[in-house]
Design a protein. Structure first.
Lengths: 40, 238
């Protein structure tokens, strides 16, 4: 039995989730920075 | 409760639930036929469930926007559709990674579950593309709300495709007459489904916050752009 299919499935799943969260956090931070810049 | 504390609490809950789900996924019994490949089901099935849930929420929020015209529903529909596409990707990729060792093929266009899931994926990619193609917020909300309500008919079609048509995909495991699985597998599956649902709630909070910030930034930038435009001097031209 080749267990690499199982590991790759978990890496793909959690890699996509962590990547998505990182992108959303980064965009939230960037927008907060921009809104504070425009207020000043 | 402070909003950032509530966000952090929900994020921590999602992390704890996912850790518990991972532990159960690797501690549960292997399947008689699929052996350890059954462990892929503990991310594949929750991924599919979240895609269905997310597209259902998109449809409900679209309906709520059409009735109330409140932009908060448009932001919920957008956030949920994006998360739904993410988890449809998870479902498709993990399904392929399970299919090759168990069925001997990564993909079969003749299989109604695979084909209908791929179609659903592309329709919701189109939904997200439509949102980026229309700049007017009201027109964007109206058009995407209509598409969001039409596209959701695919969810029951994908779910029942294994019983409606001849399929390579296995039939429904959870049926009215019971669950055709060992107890430890049911526990692993249910905990992972619950963990992914908590994760969905957390992702929704973060993504709708981002959508709100994007709207606020767009409003501020439009106001600033308007201030910088000066009336042209037309004296002497008349």
């Amino acid at each position: 039995m080749n267990t690499s299919y199982i590991w790759i499935s978990y890496l793909v799943t959690y890699g996509l989730i962590v990547g998505y969260v990182a992108v959303v956090w980064s965009r939230i931070r960037s927008h907060r920075g921009r809104s504070s810049d425009t207020r000043t | 409760m402070n909003r950032s504390i509530a966000r952090a609490t929900l994020g921590s809950l999602a992390l704890i639930a996912i850790t518990a789900g991972l532990w159960l996924a690797f501690m549960s019994s292997p399947d008689v036929f699929q052996r350890d490949y059954v462990r892929i089901m503990y991310v594949h099935v929750p991924g599919s469930w979240l895609a269905f849930l997310a597209f259902g929420v998109t449809a409900l929020a679209s309906l709520a926007w059409l009735i109330s015209k409140r932009m908060v529903f448009d932001r919920i529909a957008e956030a949920s559709a994006e998360i739904g596409v993410l988890f449809t990707t998870v479902s498709l990729l993990t399904g392929m990674l399970w299919g090759y060792p168990v069925w001997g093929t990564f993909w079969d266009w003749g299989d109604p579950r695979m084909a209908s899931t791929a179609l659903m994926f592309f329709v919701y990619l189109g939904y997200l593309a439509l949102r980026r193609a229309v700049s007017d917020p009201t027109a964007r909300a109206r058009r995407s709300a209509i598409l969001g309500m039409i596209a959701v008919v695919q969810v029951p079609l994908v779910y029942f495709s294994v019983t409606l048509w001849r399929s390579l995909h296995q039939g429904m495991t959870v049926r009215p007459d019971g669950i055709a699985m060992d107890g430890s597998m049911v526990a692993a599956l249910l905990v992972n489904i619950a963990a992914f649902t908590v994760l969905y709630a957390y992702l929704m909070v973060e993504r709708t916050l981002l959508a709100r910030l994007e709207t606020e930034t767009a409003v501020v930038e439009t106001e600033l752009a308007g201030r910088s435009v000066e009336r042209p001097n037309l004296e002497g031209l008349a």
